[in-house]
Design a binder for this molecule. Structure first.
Ligand code: NAD
Length: 389
């Protein structure tokens, strides 16, 4: 079983493959389209997974969560109870008690509950199609590569990796093993953010002239958290949450930055001995457009603002799981609350099952890793760093 698919899985997947490639696909996914592309000016915003019926459980892709910390426990596990094309079928944890907790909560049986030591046995588990890496950043590369080598598709949490070389190796491992790779970029599936993509790219208020983004929070005084450990985190608030502001600047205009300048500021050198406390950067886009970004672990901020030639639009709070609020020069931006994580995971399942566009692919994570590390380089050297993306 070279790709880790057992016989039971073969029949289930065989069915799915036949079904999704054949006439049945049109019946089950009547609105299926490869145009789920928010990119490009005038791009369509058609989302098959939002309008489709849920698959029966036995036909959904199985997802295993790796690392049962706060995000997996309070966001992804619950979100997987609302997904239409995938469902929670496995866990990987280093804490035996969590196996019992997740069994009680989600009926994940022992045979689909792995430890980090037994992780590679997933290759023989037909119930698991997608492995979702929710570990500290410095562990993403190792587990993404091992998951791809076990023949599973992968979703990796942000930030993708703690070096550009690692991000490249992750993309390569998925390519060599013919597996799909996606990132945990949930805001691509949030309607306020999708609207911002349209407003910016379609130049509804004329061309965007300037952007400002800031995602910051107070991390507290405990020095023993992985987010303050360089090896596990890769960096400070920029890696953790500043990445959202970098991403928002890019997807608002649908253009890539060409250079960056940046400045770090660390006041509490005892607590922030390994990673930055605060950082500010400026992304330079072709022409006059600039995006000012900032991120800190010692204050609060949650905003994305775009000023265009004939108006403006902004989100604040911009990056939350549940509440996102928006306004523009012409009034409020109001959209219903969605389960971002469920939409994100279903979009990836739709990509695997039906060839819908992978809107947040591994290559995007690699691109962002290059930008994050260019920001650090600019801050360290005090020089403008050109980006070749
Ligand atoms: P967390 O600390 O709550 O959980 C981390 C998990 O990894 C824990 O279960 C821990 O036991 C496990 N782990 C395994 N080996 C470890 C080690 N050597 N050191 C520390 N922990 C170890 O963290 P979290 O907030 O759940 O974040 C996990 C990942 O998810 C991070 O990459 C983070 O950036 C990402 N995240 C994404 C979002 C989002 O909105 N997309 C939100 C929160 C976190």
């Amino acid at each position: 079983m070279s790709d880790g698919i057992g016989s039971a899985d073969c029949s289930r997947r065989g069915f799915l493959r036949r079904f999704t490639l054949g006439a049945g696909a049109a019946a089950l996914f009547p609105l299926f389209s490869c145009d789920a592309n928010p990119g490009g000016k005038g791009g369509k915003y058609f989302k098959s997974w939002e309008r489709s019926e849920a698959l029966p459980d036995a036909e959904k892709l199985g997802v295993a969560l790796v690392g049962l910390g706060s995000y997996a426990t309070y966001q992804l596990g619950p979100a997987l109870q609302h997904t239409k094309f995938c469902r929670l079928t496995g866990i990987v944890t280093g804490t035996p008690e969590k196996k019992d907790q997740w069994y009680r909560r989600y009926a994940i049986p022992e045979e689909h509950a792995y430890s980090y030591e037994t992780f590679d046995r997933i290759v023989n588990d037909p119930a698991i199609d997608i492995i979702y890496i929710v570990l500290p950043n410095g562990m993403h590369a190792e587990y993404t590569i091992r998951a791809a080598e076990a023949g599973k598709h992968v979703i990796c949490e942000k930030p993708m990796a703690t070096s550009v070389a690692d991000a490249e190796a992750m993309v390569a491992a998925c390519r060599v093993n013919n597996r799909k790779l996606s990132l945990g970029y949930r805001l691509y599936f949030e309607p306020h953010h999708e609207k911002v993509m349209r407003l910016g790219r379609d130049e509804i208020f004329g061309p965007v002239r300037e952007m400002r983004g800031d995602f910051s929070f107070r991390i507290g005084e405990n020095p023993d958290v992985w987010r303050l450990d360089k090896e596990l985190a890769g960096g400070g608030p920029l890696m953790d949450v500043g990445i959202y502001a970098v991403q928002a600047a890019i997807y608002t205009v649908g253009t890539l930055p060409v250079a960056v300048t940046a400045k770090e500021e660390t006041v509490n050198r005892e607590l922030f001995s390994e990673v930055e406390e605060s950082i500010a950067w400026e992304l330079e886009f072709p022409g006059e457009l600039r995006a000012h970004g900032a991120s800190s672990y010692s204050r609060g901020a949650n905003i994305h603002h775009a000023a265009a030639s004939d108006g403006w639009f902004e989100l604040e709070p911009a990056y939350g799981y549940s509440v996102v609020r928006g306004r523009m020069s012409e009034g409020e931006l109001e959209f219903p609350r969605v389960n971002q994580q469920a939409l994100q995971m279903d979009a990836f399942a739709d990509h695997i099952l039906n060839g819908a566009e992978n809107r947040v692919p591994g290559e995007m994570g690699l691109r962002d890793t290059k930008i994050l590390y260019a920001i650090y380089e600019a801050a360290e050297t005090g020089k403008r760093v050109a980006l070749e993306l």
